[in-house]
Design a protein around this ligand. Structure first.
Ligand code: NAD
Length: 466
């Protein structure tokens, strides 16, 4: 997903998507600077790896306290750099620093396991590159960096070129609590990312971003057999059966199509509604969508911000145009603030009668669009439609028949299935975050996810004197 961020004369021209104003110019790291950072990370890793997981986690907890102290600054940068509405920026920050339980599970996951004469310990890989996206500019860094660091790796963060100041501010806060060079930051776009991935002195690459970038990273990492964890895009289905709590389903359909201005990997993107309730569902979703107000994220009255860039806004605008030209019904389109040069607002849009011939039902729609279609209401058709995608991140099923919901959930090809809920909002902290198909290659969080950042080693000991 190219962001259309201007890099000029070796600087990222960092622009506010609500106002078009340049908020800062951030120097891109040169190849020489990156190589120096990689060397320092390898040197620091030797001593960091000697500490126990508990010692490392104590450092990380201290680091998160410092992040908390920088919360106001981080919230402001998020709004200025990528336009997140202030309430959502604060929510992201609160979730980010409240990681004690996450770190406790992580600590347990790293404990040695003893089986008779054999002890399984976990070795770090070495230096892990964390390449992050712009849509959750703080949390998406930490979800990969914390397990990498706790496992004894040192890390190099490359924030998305859209949010360089947020990334730098976060890393600086963590650095105050950690030994030198255990965490470092480099800046730049995909060119810088590719240089890091290609370095033989980087031992693992953990990226969250688009499936297109993920594919490039796999290709680049393959000749060196480098470990990769990739969290990528989605086209998440929501199934609404005729016995669903319709008000709740319509409310959630709108809320989770629009949150973060629709720029979420696991946004609800395809809503399939049983035909017997389709008309009423359209009325309810339109009512809920009308409650949202588009505007600058700095103003708490605005619940949908600008899209991240004009380029991304134009892609979504074209998807809506294509859908309407092919017969989709435009149920609602909100007002947007008056256009100023460089701003990138897109109206809250509700579409009915979407079909698979429309981009809005097949490609990732990273914008504030609610898109629905009717289906015959059967389990078989629900499963067929939900799985008709190359992606497999989240999904949701709304019905009062919990047995039916479980049957359908087992057959949906996705890492997370919410039954009468939006999975990520209600899921236990112990769950891994997983993408099936093109949505993920490796994964993070939960014991399964934490284990991806280290490699097991069996030490088998026989005492010759025994
Ligand atoms: P992106 O693919 O454009 O960029 C992701 C990161 O990779 C950035 O830091 C970028 O600079 C870097 N990069 C780009 N090209 C590279 C290359 N050739 N080599 C190395 N690094 C390169 O993604 P984005 O637009 O920043 O983020 C939005 C995407 O992220 C969406 O597709 C969204 O679904 C996905 N996402 C997924 C999850 C998840 O958990 N599955 C979470 C958040 C976002």
């Amino acid at each position: 997903m190219g962001q259309g961020v201007a890099v000029d004369g070796g600087f990222i021209i960092n622009t506010n998507p609500a106002t078009g104003e340049v908020v800062s110019k951030v120097k891109c790291s040169t190849a020489e600077e990156i190589d120096k950072v990689i060397k320092a990370a390898n040197e620091a890793q030797e001593t960091w790896a000697l500490k126990s997981p508990s010692e490392r986690i104590a450092f990380l907890k201290k680091g998160l306290k410092e992040v908390d102290r920088q919360a106001d600054k981080l919230v402001e940068w998020m709004i200025l750099e990528m336009g997140k509405p202030i309430a959502e920026a604060k929510e992201e920050l609160e979730g980010t620093v409240d990681k004690d339980e996450f770190l406790d599970i992580l600590e347990k996951a790293l404990e040695p396991q003893v089986y008779g004469s054999s002890t399984i310990i976990r070795d770090p890989f070495g230096v892990v590159a964390v390449l992050s996206p712009w849509n959750f500019p703080v949390d998406e860094i930490l979800l990969l960096a914390l397990p990498a660091l706790a496992s004894g790796n040192t890390v190099i963060i490359k924030p998305s070129e859209v949010v360089p100041e947020t990334g730098a501010c976060l890393v600086k806060a963590l650095q105050t609590a950690l030994p030198p060079n255990v965490i470092q930051v480099v800046q730049g776009d995909g060119v810088v990312g590719a240089h890091i991935v290609g370095s033989p002195d980087i031992h693992m690459v953990a990226m969250t971003g688009s499936s297109a970038t993920g594919r490039k990273i796999i290709e680049m990492a393959a000749p060196q057999m480098k470990r990769v964890v990739l969290e990528m895009g989605g086209k998440d289905p929501m199934i609404v059966f005729d016995d669903a709590d319709m008000d709740k389903a319509a409310h959630d359909a709108v809320k989770y199509s629009l949150s973060n201005t629709g720029q979420v990997c696991c946004s609800i993107e395809r809503i399939y509604v049983a035909e017997s309730i389709y008309d009423e569902f359209q009325t309810l979703t339109t009512k809920y969508a009308a409650e949202y107000k588009v505007g600058n994220g700095m103003d708490p009255a605005n619940t949908v911000g600008p899209m991240v860039s004009q380029g991304q806004r134009n892609i979504v605008r074209e998807q809506v145009k294509d859908a309407v030209a092919k017969g989709a019904k435009l149920l609602h389109q909100s007002e947007v603030p008056e256009h100023v040069e460089g701003s990138s607002f897109h109206p809250v849009t509700v579409l009915a009668d979407a079909t698979e011939s429309m981009d809005v039902f097949t490609k990732e729609t990273f914008g504030p669009v609610v898109a629905m279609a009717k289906f015959d209401g059967s389990e078989a058709e629900a499963i067929r439609l939900a799985n008709k995608t190359e992606y497999g991140l989240g999904s949701s099923i709304y019905t009062k028949d919990l047995e039916k919901a479980r049957r359908v959930a087992r057959r949906i090809g996705a890492g997370q299935v919410g039954i009468n809920c939006y999975a990520i909002e209600a899921m236990d902290i112990a769950c891994p975050w997983v993408g099936h198909k093109h949505s993920g290659y490796g994964f993070h969080s939960g014991v399964d996810g934490f284990h991806q950042f280290s490699i097991p080693k069996s030490i088998v000991m026989v005492d010759p004197s025994a």
